[in-house]
Design a protein around this ligand. Structure first.
Ligand SMILES: Nc1nc2c(c(=O)[nH]1)N[C@H]1C(S)=C(S)[C@@H](COP(=O)(O)OP(=O)(O)OC[C@H]3O[C@@H](n4cnc5c(N)ncnc54)[C@H](O)[C@@H]3O)O[C@H]1N2
Ligand code: MOO
Length: 426
Protein backbone atom coordinates (compact mmCIF):
# COMPACT_ATOMS: atom_id res chain seq x y z
CA UNK A 1 0.00 0.00 0.00
CA UNK A 2 1.24 3.51 -0.87
CA UNK A 3 1.46 6.37 1.59
CA UNK A 4 -0.60 9.36 0.62
CA UNK A 5 2.60 11.42 0.30
CA UNK A 6 3.93 8.89 -2.25
CA UNK A 7 0.70 9.11 -4.24
CA UNK A 8 0.80 12.92 -4.06
CA UNK A 9 4.29 12.81 -5.52
CA UNK A 10 3.17 10.41 -8.27
CA UNK A 11 0.29 12.74 -9.28
CA UNK A 12 2.64 15.72 -9.36
CA UNK A 13 5.09 13.82 -11.57
CA UNK A 14 2.34 12.69 -13.95
CA UNK A 15 1.22 16.29 -14.42
CA UNK A 16 4.65 17.84 -15.05
CA UNK A 17 4.21 17.66 -18.85
CA UNK A 18 0.84 19.43 -18.48
CA UNK A 19 2.56 22.30 -16.73
CA UNK A 20 5.03 22.53 -19.61
CA UNK A 21 2.20 22.37 -22.19
CA UNK A 22 0.44 25.34 -20.58
CA UNK A 23 3.57 27.43 -21.06
CA UNK A 24 3.78 26.68 -24.81
CA UNK A 25 3.31 29.83 -26.94
CA UNK A 26 0.87 28.04 -29.27
CA UNK A 27 -1.72 28.17 -26.50
CA UNK A 28 -1.22 31.79 -25.50
CA UNK A 29 -4.20 34.15 -25.74
CA UNK A 30 -4.22 37.94 -26.00
CA UNK A 31 -7.02 39.40 -23.89
CA UNK A 32 -8.13 43.03 -23.49
CA UNK A 33 -8.04 44.26 -19.90
CA UNK A 34 -11.33 46.14 -20.36
CA UNK A 35 -14.25 45.69 -20.05
CA UNK A 36 -13.69 43.72 -16.84
CA UNK A 37 -16.90 41.72 -16.93
CA UNK A 38 -16.48 40.18 -20.39
CA UNK A 39 -16.17 36.38 -20.54
CA UNK A 40 -12.68 36.71 -22.01
CA UNK A 41 -11.44 38.99 -19.23
CA UNK A 42 -7.90 38.23 -18.09
CA UNK A 43 -9.12 38.35 -14.45
CA UNK A 44 -7.74 35.23 -12.75
CA UNK A 45 -5.56 34.30 -15.73
CA UNK A 46 -1.78 33.83 -15.67
CA UNK A 47 0.59 36.11 -17.61
CA UNK A 48 2.48 34.20 -20.29
CA UNK A 49 5.29 36.73 -20.69
CA UNK A 50 6.78 39.58 -18.66
CA UNK A 51 4.97 42.89 -19.12
CA UNK A 52 7.29 45.91 -19.15
CA UNK A 53 6.12 49.35 -18.19
CA UNK A 54 5.72 51.53 -21.29
CA UNK A 55 6.46 54.63 -19.22
CA UNK A 56 7.37 55.98 -15.80
CA UNK A 57 4.69 55.80 -13.12
CA UNK A 58 3.99 58.45 -12.01
CA UNK A 59 4.74 59.98 -15.39
CA UNK A 60 5.22 63.44 -13.84
CA UNK A 61 6.06 64.63 -10.31
CA UNK A 62 2.78 65.37 -8.56
CA UNK A 63 1.45 66.36 -5.19
CA UNK A 64 0.43 63.85 -2.55
CA UNK A 65 -1.55 66.53 -0.66
CA UNK A 66 -3.73 69.55 -1.21
CA UNK A 67 -1.38 72.35 -0.22
CA UNK A 68 1.32 74.76 -1.36
CA UNK A 69 4.24 73.85 -3.60
CA UNK A 70 7.31 75.75 -2.44
CA UNK A 71 11.08 75.78 -2.67
CA UNK A 72 12.09 74.06 0.55
CA UNK A 73 15.24 76.20 0.91
CA UNK A 74 13.08 79.32 1.15
CA UNK A 75 11.34 78.00 4.30
CA UNK A 76 14.55 76.75 5.97
CA UNK A 77 14.38 79.40 8.70
CA UNK A 78 10.62 79.34 9.31
CA UNK A 79 9.57 78.77 12.92
CA UNK A 80 6.92 80.06 15.34
CA UNK A 81 7.78 83.69 16.04
CA UNK A 82 9.79 83.92 12.80
CA UNK A 83 7.17 82.85 10.26
CA UNK A 84 7.78 83.35 6.55
CA UNK A 85 5.10 84.85 4.32
CA UNK A 86 5.09 84.23 0.57
CA UNK A 87 2.83 85.65 -2.13
CA UNK A 88 0.37 83.15 -3.65
CA UNK A 89 0.61 82.99 -7.43
CA UNK A 90 0.26 79.98 -9.71
CA UNK A 91 -2.45 77.37 -8.95
CA UNK A 92 -2.43 73.79 -10.34
CA UNK A 93 -5.30 71.31 -10.13
CA UNK A 94 -5.10 67.58 -11.04
CA UNK A 95 -5.25 67.35 -14.83
CA UNK A 96 -3.70 70.81 -15.44
CA UNK A 97 -0.46 71.00 -17.43
CA UNK A 98 2.85 71.55 -15.63
CA UNK A 99 3.16 75.20 -14.64
CA UNK A 100 6.13 77.35 -13.67
CA UNK A 101 6.82 78.14 -10.01
CA UNK A 102 8.10 81.67 -9.49
CA UNK A 103 10.92 81.85 -6.90
CA UNK A 104 9.84 83.42 -3.62
CA UNK A 105 6.18 82.42 -4.01
CA UNK A 106 3.85 79.64 -2.85
CA UNK A 107 1.88 77.76 -5.53
CA UNK A 108 -1.43 76.15 -4.58
CA UNK A 109 -1.45 72.49 -5.74
CA UNK A 110 -4.20 69.91 -5.38
CA UNK A 111 -3.65 66.18 -4.78
CA UNK A 112 -2.48 64.59 -8.04
CA UNK A 113 -1.61 67.97 -9.60
CA UNK A 114 1.74 68.37 -11.39
CA UNK A 115 4.34 70.02 -9.18
CA UNK A 116 5.12 73.37 -10.85
CA UNK A 117 8.61 73.50 -12.32
CA UNK A 118 10.97 75.04 -9.79
CA UNK A 119 9.12 73.89 -6.64
CA UNK A 120 10.55 70.93 -4.70
CA UNK A 121 8.21 70.29 -1.72
CA UNK A 122 4.57 70.57 -0.69
CA UNK A 123 3.23 71.98 2.57
CA UNK A 124 -0.25 70.53 3.31
CA UNK A 125 -2.94 73.21 3.51
CA UNK A 126 -3.62 72.38 7.19
CA UNK A 127 -0.05 73.51 8.06
CA UNK A 128 -0.38 76.88 6.30
CA UNK A 129 -1.82 80.12 7.64
CA UNK A 130 -4.61 80.56 6.65
CA UNK A 131 -5.31 76.78 6.52
CA UNK A 132 -7.58 77.09 3.46
CA UNK A 133 -7.30 78.22 -0.14
CA UNK A 134 -8.48 81.76 -0.72
CA UNK A 135 -10.32 82.98 -3.79
CA UNK A 136 -10.03 79.71 -5.74
CA UNK A 137 -13.72 78.76 -5.72
CA UNK A 138 -15.52 77.78 -8.92
CA UNK A 139 -12.44 76.45 -10.72
CA UNK A 140 -10.57 79.76 -10.47
CA UNK A 141 -6.79 79.32 -10.99
CA UNK A 142 -5.68 82.85 -10.14
CA UNK A 143 -5.34 83.82 -6.49
CA UNK A 144 -6.75 87.30 -5.66
CA UNK A 145 -4.22 90.09 -6.17
CA UNK A 146 -2.02 90.51 -3.09
CA UNK A 147 -2.92 87.08 -1.62
CA UNK A 148 -0.25 85.57 0.61
CA UNK A 149 0.32 82.61 2.91
CA UNK A 150 2.46 82.19 6.04
CA UNK A 151 4.49 79.19 7.15
CA UNK A 152 5.95 78.74 10.64
CA UNK A 153 7.85 75.49 10.01
CA UNK A 154 10.49 74.43 7.49
CA UNK A 155 9.63 71.73 4.97
CA UNK A 156 11.86 68.86 3.90
CA UNK A 157 13.06 68.74 0.30
CA UNK A 158 10.70 66.38 -1.58
CA UNK A 159 8.01 66.37 1.13
CA UNK A 160 4.69 65.12 -0.28
CA UNK A 161 6.07 65.04 -3.82
CA UNK A 162 5.33 61.80 -5.71
CA UNK A 163 8.45 61.54 -7.85
CA UNK A 164 8.56 60.44 -11.50
CA UNK A 165 8.94 56.63 -11.68
CA UNK A 166 8.61 56.17 -7.90
CA UNK A 167 5.99 53.42 -8.45
CA UNK A 168 7.68 51.86 -11.48
CA UNK A 169 10.29 53.10 -13.94
CA UNK A 170 9.90 53.01 -17.74
CA UNK A 171 10.90 49.59 -19.18
CA UNK A 172 11.08 47.95 -15.75
CA UNK A 173 9.15 44.70 -15.35
CA UNK A 174 5.64 45.78 -14.42
CA UNK A 175 4.47 42.18 -13.87
CA UNK A 176 6.54 39.03 -14.44
CA UNK A 177 5.40 35.98 -16.46
CA UNK A 178 3.52 33.60 -14.17
CA UNK A 179 1.65 36.36 -12.32
CA UNK A 180 -2.01 35.66 -11.70
CA UNK A 181 -4.04 38.70 -12.69
CA UNK A 182 -6.23 39.99 -9.88
CA UNK A 183 -7.52 43.48 -9.08
CA UNK A 184 -4.20 45.18 -8.22
CA UNK A 185 -2.48 43.63 -11.23
CA UNK A 186 -5.23 44.77 -13.63
CA UNK A 187 -5.11 48.18 -11.95
CA UNK A 188 -1.38 48.60 -12.46
CA UNK A 189 -1.67 47.49 -16.11
CA UNK A 190 -4.39 50.09 -16.66
CA UNK A 191 -2.33 52.76 -14.87
CA UNK A 192 0.57 52.04 -17.20
CA UNK A 193 -1.71 52.33 -20.22
CA UNK A 194 -1.48 48.64 -21.16
CA UNK A 195 -4.65 47.64 -23.03
CA UNK A 196 -4.16 43.88 -23.58
CA UNK A 197 -2.10 41.08 -22.08
CA UNK A 198 -0.82 37.73 -23.23
CA UNK A 199 -1.97 34.94 -20.92
CA UNK A 200 -1.42 31.20 -20.76
CA UNK A 201 -4.30 29.00 -21.69
CA UNK A 202 -6.19 27.34 -18.88
CA UNK A 203 -5.78 23.70 -18.08
CA UNK A 204 -8.54 21.73 -19.79
CA UNK A 205 -10.04 18.81 -17.87
CA UNK A 206 -12.48 16.08 -18.86
CA UNK A 207 -14.47 15.04 -15.78
CA UNK A 208 -16.16 11.64 -16.12
CA UNK A 209 -18.51 10.52 -13.36
CA UNK A 210 -19.38 6.84 -13.71
CA UNK A 211 -22.19 4.84 -12.19
CA UNK A 212 -25.24 3.02 -13.50
CA UNK A 213 -27.21 4.43 -10.54
CA UNK A 214 -26.53 8.09 -11.35
CA UNK A 215 -28.99 10.59 -12.79
CA UNK A 216 -28.42 14.33 -13.19
CA UNK A 217 -30.05 16.50 -10.49
CA UNK A 218 -33.55 17.43 -11.65
CA UNK A 219 -34.17 14.04 -13.25
CA UNK A 220 -36.80 11.80 -11.57
CA UNK A 221 -35.22 8.84 -9.78
CA UNK A 222 -36.32 5.22 -10.17
CA UNK A 223 -35.85 2.99 -7.10
CA UNK A 224 -32.14 2.40 -6.48
CA UNK A 225 -31.05 5.48 -8.42
CA UNK A 226 -29.37 8.57 -6.93
CA UNK A 227 -28.49 12.04 -8.13
CA UNK A 228 -24.98 12.58 -9.44
CA UNK A 229 -23.26 14.88 -6.97
CA UNK A 230 -19.65 14.37 -8.07
CA UNK A 231 -20.00 16.21 -11.39
CA UNK A 232 -21.30 19.40 -9.75
CA UNK A 233 -18.84 19.10 -6.88
CA UNK A 234 -15.63 18.28 -8.73
CA UNK A 235 -16.59 20.50 -11.66
CA UNK A 236 -16.74 23.39 -9.20
CA UNK A 237 -13.56 22.30 -7.44
CA UNK A 238 -11.71 22.17 -10.77
CA UNK A 239 -13.03 25.57 -11.82
CA UNK A 240 -11.82 27.00 -8.51
CA UNK A 241 -8.38 25.88 -9.64
CA UNK A 242 -8.67 27.79 -12.92
CA UNK A 243 -9.56 24.78 -15.09
CA UNK A 244 -11.89 24.65 -18.08
CA UNK A 245 -14.08 21.62 -17.41
CA UNK A 246 -15.82 19.29 -19.86
CA UNK A 247 -18.31 17.10 -18.05
CA UNK A 248 -19.49 13.62 -18.91
CA UNK A 249 -21.81 11.33 -16.97
CA UNK A 250 -21.22 7.75 -18.11
CA UNK A 251 -23.08 4.58 -17.16
CA UNK A 252 -21.10 1.56 -15.98
CA UNK A 253 -20.26 0.47 -19.51
CA UNK A 254 -16.78 0.38 -20.95
CA UNK A 255 -18.01 1.59 -24.33
CA UNK A 256 -19.55 4.71 -22.82
CA UNK A 257 -16.37 5.57 -20.91
CA UNK A 258 -14.16 4.90 -23.93
CA UNK A 259 -16.41 6.97 -26.19
CA UNK A 260 -16.31 9.91 -23.76
CA UNK A 261 -12.53 9.61 -23.54
CA UNK A 262 -11.84 9.33 -27.25
CA UNK A 263 -14.21 12.19 -28.08
CA UNK A 264 -12.62 14.63 -25.66
CA UNK A 265 -9.01 13.48 -25.49
CA UNK A 266 -7.69 15.73 -28.27
CA UNK A 267 -8.82 18.89 -26.45
CA UNK A 268 -8.03 18.03 -22.82
CA UNK A 269 -4.85 18.05 -20.75
CA UNK A 270 -6.16 15.75 -18.06
CA UNK A 271 -8.98 13.29 -17.42
CA UNK A 272 -10.47 12.96 -13.94
CA UNK A 273 -12.83 10.07 -13.24
CA UNK A 274 -14.92 9.13 -10.23
CA UNK A 275 -16.29 5.69 -9.31
CA UNK A 276 -15.61 2.26 -10.64
CA UNK A 277 -12.20 1.69 -9.06
CA UNK A 278 -12.66 -0.67 -6.10
CA UNK A 279 -13.47 -4.37 -5.74
CA UNK A 280 -17.01 -4.67 -7.15
CA UNK A 281 -18.23 -6.70 -10.08
CA UNK A 282 -18.80 -3.61 -12.29
CA UNK A 283 -15.66 -1.51 -11.90
CA UNK A 284 -15.89 0.19 -15.27
CA UNK A 285 -13.09 2.71 -14.83
CA UNK A 286 -10.60 0.11 -13.73
CA UNK A 287 -11.67 -2.35 -16.45
CA UNK A 288 -11.53 0.26 -19.21
CA UNK A 289 -8.41 2.14 -18.21
CA UNK A 290 -6.11 -0.52 -16.75
CA UNK A 291 -5.55 -2.10 -20.21
CA UNK A 292 -4.78 1.40 -21.56
CA UNK A 293 -1.97 1.92 -19.03
CA UNK A 294 -3.61 3.45 -15.94
CA UNK A 295 -2.45 1.89 -12.69
CA UNK A 296 -4.90 1.19 -9.86
CA UNK A 297 -3.42 1.24 -6.38
CA UNK A 298 -4.39 1.25 -2.73
CA UNK A 299 -3.31 4.29 -0.73
CA UNK A 300 -3.06 4.19 3.07
CA UNK A 301 -5.71 6.87 3.27
CA UNK A 302 -9.28 7.01 4.48
CA UNK A 303 -11.37 8.15 2.74
CA UNK A 304 -9.71 7.89 -0.64
CA UNK A 305 -8.17 4.42 -0.38
CA UNK A 306 -8.62 3.17 -3.95
CA UNK A 307 -6.92 5.41 -6.53
CA UNK A 308 -5.97 5.26 -10.18
CA UNK A 309 -3.22 7.13 -11.97
CA UNK A 310 -1.38 6.99 -15.26
CA UNK A 311 -1.15 7.83 -18.94
CA UNK A 312 -3.99 6.29 -20.93
CA UNK A 313 -2.99 5.38 -24.49
CA UNK A 314 -5.89 6.48 -26.68
CA UNK A 315 -6.22 6.75 -30.45
CA UNK A 316 -5.75 10.51 -30.08
CA UNK A 317 -2.56 10.03 -28.04
CA UNK A 318 -1.62 9.55 -24.41
CA UNK A 319 -3.65 11.49 -21.82
CA UNK A 320 -2.95 11.68 -18.09
CA UNK A 321 -5.76 10.18 -16.03
CA UNK A 322 -6.43 10.61 -12.31
CA UNK A 323 -9.16 8.28 -11.01
CA UNK A 324 -10.88 8.94 -7.70
CA UNK A 325 -13.23 6.65 -5.79
CA UNK A 326 -16.93 7.26 -6.31
CA UNK A 327 -18.04 7.98 -2.77
CA UNK A 328 -18.52 11.75 -2.87
CA UNK A 329 -16.53 12.48 0.30
CA UNK A 330 -13.75 10.19 -0.90
CA UNK A 331 -13.70 11.94 -4.26
CA UNK A 332 -13.47 15.45 -2.80
CA UNK A 333 -10.90 14.53 -0.14
CA UNK A 334 -8.84 12.87 -2.89
CA UNK A 335 -9.12 16.06 -4.94
CA UNK A 336 -7.97 18.17 -1.95
CA UNK A 337 -4.91 16.03 -1.36
CA UNK A 338 -3.80 15.07 -4.83
CA UNK A 339 -5.02 17.50 -7.49
CA UNK A 340 -5.93 20.80 -5.90
CA UNK A 341 -2.38 21.87 -4.94
CA UNK A 342 -0.97 20.97 -8.35
CA UNK A 343 -3.71 22.63 -10.42
CA UNK A 344 -3.77 25.76 -8.28
CA UNK A 345 -0.02 26.17 -8.72
CA UNK A 346 -0.55 25.92 -12.51
CA UNK A 347 -3.09 28.76 -12.23
CA UNK A 348 -0.78 30.98 -10.15
CA UNK A 349 -2.97 30.45 -7.06
CA UNK A 350 -1.81 29.67 -3.51
CA UNK A 351 -1.53 25.89 -3.69
CA UNK A 352 -2.13 24.96 -0.07
CA UNK A 353 -5.01 25.42 2.31
CA UNK A 354 -4.37 27.60 5.37
CA UNK A 355 -3.17 25.24 8.08
CA UNK A 356 -3.41 25.27 11.86
CA UNK A 357 -2.85 23.03 14.84
CA UNK A 358 -5.90 22.90 17.10
CA UNK A 359 -7.00 20.94 20.16
CA UNK A 360 -9.59 18.20 19.92
CA UNK A 361 -12.89 19.04 21.62
CA UNK A 362 -13.46 15.31 22.30
CA UNK A 363 -11.83 11.86 22.02
CA UNK A 364 -11.40 10.40 18.52
CA UNK A 365 -10.40 7.05 17.08
CA UNK A 366 -8.80 6.42 13.69
CA UNK A 367 -7.61 3.37 11.71
CA UNK A 368 -4.01 2.82 12.85
CA UNK A 369 -2.60 1.98 9.42
CA UNK A 370 -4.24 4.83 7.48
CA UNK A 371 -3.90 8.56 7.26
CA UNK A 372 -7.45 9.60 8.04
CA UNK A 373 -8.96 12.89 6.87
CA UNK A 374 -12.05 13.82 8.87
CA UNK A 375 -14.34 16.78 8.35
CA UNK A 376 -14.81 19.02 11.37
CA UNK A 377 -15.89 22.37 12.72
CA UNK A 378 -14.19 24.78 15.09
CA UNK A 379 -16.26 25.28 18.24
CA UNK A 380 -16.71 28.44 20.35
CA UNK A 381 -13.49 27.67 22.29
CA UNK A 382 -11.42 27.37 19.13
CA UNK A 383 -11.24 23.56 19.53
CA UNK A 384 -12.12 21.16 16.77
CA UNK A 385 -15.20 18.94 16.77
CA UNK A 386 -14.56 16.01 14.47
CA UNK A 387 -17.40 14.59 12.38
CA UNK A 388 -18.09 10.92 11.61
CA UNK A 389 -15.70 9.15 9.21
CA UNK A 390 -18.08 7.58 6.64
CA UNK A 391 -17.46 8.63 3.07
CA UNK A 392 -21.13 9.11 2.11
CA UNK A 393 -21.58 11.99 4.62
CA UNK A 394 -21.47 14.81 2.08
CA UNK A 395 -23.94 17.02 3.93
CA UNK A 396 -21.64 17.05 6.97
CA UNK A 397 -18.72 17.93 4.66
CA UNK A 398 -20.74 20.82 3.24
CA UNK A 399 -21.13 22.20 6.75
CA UNK A 400 -17.55 21.58 7.85
CA UNK A 401 -14.96 24.32 8.22
CA UNK A 402 -11.81 22.19 8.53
CA UNK A 403 -10.27 18.96 7.31
CA UNK A 404 -8.72 17.16 10.27
CA UNK A 405 -5.62 15.04 9.67
CA UNK A 406 -5.13 11.95 11.83
CA UNK A 407 -1.83 10.41 10.68
CA UNK A 408 -0.78 6.81 10.22
CA UNK A 409 0.13 5.31 13.60
CA UNK A 410 -2.69 7.02 15.47
CA UNK A 411 -5.61 4.88 16.65
CA UNK A 412 -6.97 6.96 19.52
CA UNK A 413 -6.52 10.54 20.66
CA UNK A 414 -8.00 11.99 23.86
CA UNK A 415 -9.80 15.33 24.02
CA UNK A 416 -7.28 18.18 24.24
CA UNK A 417 -4.72 16.48 21.90
CA UNK A 418 -3.33 18.65 19.13
CA UNK A 419 -4.26 17.84 15.53
CA UNK A 420 -3.34 19.41 12.19
CA UNK A 421 -6.22 20.95 10.30
CA UNK A 422 -6.67 22.55 6.88
CA UNK A 423 -9.18 25.36 6.75
CA UNK A 424 -11.82 24.91 4.04
CA UNK A 425 -14.03 27.86 4.97
CA UNK A 426 -12.40 30.57 2.86
N1 LIG B 1 -15.18 -5.21 -1.02
C1 LIG B 1 -14.77 -3.96 -1.05
N2 LIG B 1 -15.66 -3.00 -1.26
C2 LIG B 1 -15.27 -1.71 -1.28
C3 LIG B 1 -13.92 -1.40 -1.04
C4 LIG B 1 -13.00 -2.43 -0.85
O1 LIG B 1 -11.81 -2.22 -0.65
N3 LIG B 1 -13.48 -3.70 -0.87
N4 LIG B 1 -13.56 -0.09 -0.99
C5 LIG B 1 -14.59 0.81 -0.54
C6 LIG B 1 -14.13 2.16 -0.65
S1 LIG B 1 -13.04 2.63 0.51
C7 LIG B 1 -14.59 3.02 -1.57
S2 LIG B 1 -14.11 4.63 -1.51
C8 LIG B 1 -15.52 2.62 -2.59
C9 LIG B 1 -15.00 3.05 -3.95
O2 LIG B 1 -15.89 2.64 -4.88
P1 LIG B 1 -15.78 2.95 -6.40
O3 LIG B 1 -14.78 3.98 -6.67
O4 LIG B 1 -15.68 1.72 -7.14
O5 LIG B 1 -17.13 3.71 -6.64
P2 LIG B 1 -18.58 3.15 -6.87
O6 LIG B 1 -18.67 1.76 -6.42
O7 LIG B 1 -18.94 3.48 -8.25
O8 LIG B 1 -19.38 4.10 -5.91
C10 LIG B 1 -19.16 4.13 -4.53
C11 LIG B 1 -20.30 4.88 -3.87
O9 LIG B 1 -20.32 6.20 -4.30
C12 LIG B 1 -21.55 6.54 -4.92
N5 LIG B 1 -21.26 7.41 -6.08
C13 LIG B 1 -20.44 7.09 -7.08
N6 LIG B 1 -20.41 8.11 -7.96
C14 LIG B 1 -21.24 9.06 -7.50
C15 LIG B 1 -21.63 10.33 -7.98
N7 LIG B 1 -21.16 10.83 -9.14
N8 LIG B 1 -22.51 11.06 -7.26
C16 LIG B 1 -23.00 10.55 -6.09
N9 LIG B 1 -22.63 9.36 -5.57
C17 LIG B 1 -21.78 8.62 -6.27
C18 LIG B 1 -22.10 5.21 -5.38
O10 LIG B 1 -23.47 5.26 -5.57
C19 LIG B 1 -21.66 4.32 -4.24
O11 LIG B 1 -22.51 4.47 -3.13
O12 LIG B 1 -15.70 1.24 -2.62
C20 LIG B 1 -15.89 0.65 -1.33
N10 LIG B 1 -16.19 -0.73 -1.49
O1 MOO C 1 -11.45 4.96 0.74
MO1 MOO C 1 -13.07 4.99 0.70
O2 MOO C 1 -12.61 6.37 -0.06
O3 MOO C 1 -12.77 5.02 2.43
O4 MOO C 1 -14.46 5.66 1.34
Amino acid sequence: MRTFAEHQHAVRELLQPVKAALAEPAGFEVLPILPVLEADSPLGRVLAVDVHSPGDLPAFANSQMDGYAVRSAELAGARPGAAITLPVVTTTAAGDPVRRHAPGTASPVMTGAAIPEGADAVVPIEQADPPRFLGLDGGEREAPAGASVTFDHPVELGAFVREVGSDVARDAVLLPAGTRLGPPQLGTLAAAGVVAVTVRRRVSVLLISTGHELRPPGTPLAPGQIHDSNTAMLGAALRECGAVVHESLAPDEADAVLTALEASAPRVDLVVTTGGVSAGAFEVVRETLAPLGVEFVKVALQPGGPQGLGLASLRAGAVPVVSFPGNPVSALVSFELFLRPVLRAFAGLTPDRARATLRLAHDVTSPMGRHQVRRGVIDGNGDVEVGAPSSHLLHAYANATVLVHLPVGVDALPAGSHVDVWRIDD
